[in-house]
Design a protein around this ligand. Structure first.
Ligand SMILES: [Zn+2]
Length: 46
């Protein structure tokens, strides 16, 4: 499943792939691919 995630720091939009079943128990941390950002943040899936 693919979902677009917006970085809370810079607003950069990234397409993120994740496992539907695994994502419910815990959050996923990804690194922003923005040129000047590159911060890690948690994705919360509803
Ligand atoms: Zn960012």
């Amino acid at each position: 499943m693919q979902q677009k995630v917006k970085c809370p720091y810079c607003g950069y939009e990234m397409p993120v792939w994740y496992d539907d079943k695994a994502s419910k128990s815990k959050g996923i941390f990804i690194k922003c691919k923005g040129r000047k950002c590159k911060k890690e943040f948690e994705i919360k899936i509803n």
